[in-house]
Design a protein around this ligand. Structure first.
Ligand code: G3P
Ligand code: CA
Length: 388
């Protein structure tokens, strides 16, 4: 009996040792990186991800190349060229209106220094919409790029979220003697403009790809998208589409949300669930530590129902920026897709285009040629056809 007991104890000890040894081995090989490869976005995020078409052409600020960024000419051009999305950056005015402008400060892209010379640091958030509408957001482009200047770029106004949605739906600002017509209520201008059907609209219906900063506007954005009929989770309106033309604007992927700021992504998750989301990442965050950075970032995305990563393609330190093949593979393994920024030339499309699922680009023309959706570059013709 005593011998039997001893053998049993020996066997148990042996099994315990074996178990400890095996668990030790597995924890050594199961690094954070290999764990994350096994983690997937949820089934619901997979469903939402599928709202977004493959090889999406995302017209960065409309275009920064052919027209002044985030103005009516930039977005009308992007729509008629056939870009899938208008990309723009939202900021809040002093009177809580959502306007499209990249910089917090107005100086680079407007004549604010001439119109309001006493304000040393003219921030968007310190001006009302009416005050901002006094500014010219086009002439700086004509001065900086004389080879692409157009007379009608001068005097272009800042656009609201509503203005951009109207352009995506095939409208333009109503103009009287070249000036935008004002919406007047009780003898007062509301700050809004009136619209008319765009006679040069070629029936493409793009979506919108909206970037937020640290400006806490997610709840307001939800309300405005709902009012415009563009909130696909809450009785979206049907936007008429045309055979052979772009129809993203009437799809469930009509709105995509993006931000560099994790706080904003968390707010999207609260106020705008079920809408595709993109976390933008820049090379500085990952400098020197991309192997540790990526698993952590993907983990955040999985937890916050983010379906897209928007990595940088440029980085002085690293020729692939944050879009090296191993990085794209890691992202794809998690079930997410990749929309890097910002493509400016053919070499970049050749280098990264086949790896990724869509591109933020100032050259929607080059992207459409790369994807063989255009036969020749009709950019100048499209601008002229739009009256610029
Ligand atoms: O939104 C993608 C890209 O626009 C991020 O960079 O600085 O141009 O907004 P930025
Ligand atoms: Ca942006």
């Amino acid at each position: 009996m005593a011998v039997k007991q001893k053998t049993m104890i020996k066997n148990i000890l042996f099994l315990l040792m074996l178990f400890t040894l095996l668990s030790g081995c597995s924890s050594q090989t199961n690094t954070t990186e290999s764990k994350i490869i096994d983690k997937m976005i949820s089934d619901n995020s997979v469903k939402v991800r599928k709202y977004i078409k493959k090889d999406a052409v995302i017209a960065h600020r409309g275009t920064m190349y052919w027209a002044p960024e985030e103005t009516e000419p930039a977005f009308r051009w992007a729509r008629n060229m056939g870009a899938d999305y208008f990309e723009f950056d939202l900021q809040l005015t002093k009177d809580s209106i959502l306007v499209a402008i990249h910089d917090n400060i107005l100086s680079r892209t407007s004549d604010v220094k001439e119109v309001y010379p006493d304000i040393s640091k003219p921030r968007v958030k310190d001006f009302t919409l009416k005050e901002l509408r006094n500014l010219d957001f086009g002439s700086w482009f004509n001065e900086m790029y004389p080879e692409r200047a157009k007379e009608k770029f001068a005097g272009q106004p800042i656009l609201t979220l509503k203005d951009i949605i109207m352009i995506a739906e095939g409208n333009r600002l109503l103009r009287i003697n070249g000036e935008p017509a004002k919406e007047v209520i009780d003898n007062n201008w509301t700050g809004n403009y009136l619209y008319e059907k765009d006679l040069q609209d070629n029936k493409n219906r793009p979506g919108i790809y909206i970037e937020t900063k640290k400006n806490h506007l997610e709840k307001l954005l939800q309300e405005e998208l709902k009012n415009a009929g563009w909130l696909i989770t809450d009785h979206p309106k049907r936007i008429k589409t045309y055979k052979g033309k772009l129809a993203v604007g009437n799809s469930k992927g009509r709105v995509v949300l993006q931000s560099f700021h994790k706080k904003s992504i968390e707010q999207f998750n609260i106020y705008l669930p079920g809408i595709p989301k993109c976390l933008l990442i820049n090379s500085i965050e990952a400098l020197g530590v991309p192997k540790a950075f990526y698993p952590k970032t993907i983990d955040f995305c999985i937890k916050n129902n983010v379906e897209i990563l928007g990595p940088d393609i440029s980085n002085k330190e690293d020729k692939d920026g944050l879009t090296a093949p191993w990085m794209v593979e890691l992202i794809h393994n998690s079930g997410m897709i990749v929309h890097p920024y910002t493509f400016n030339n053919t070499a970049e499309f050749e280098k990264f285009g086949s790896l990724v699922d869509g591109v933020f680009t100032n050259r929607a023309d080059l992207a459409l040629l790369y994807y063989k959706r255009l036969q020749s570059n009709i950019s100048e013709k499209v601008l002229a056809g739009l009256g610029y």
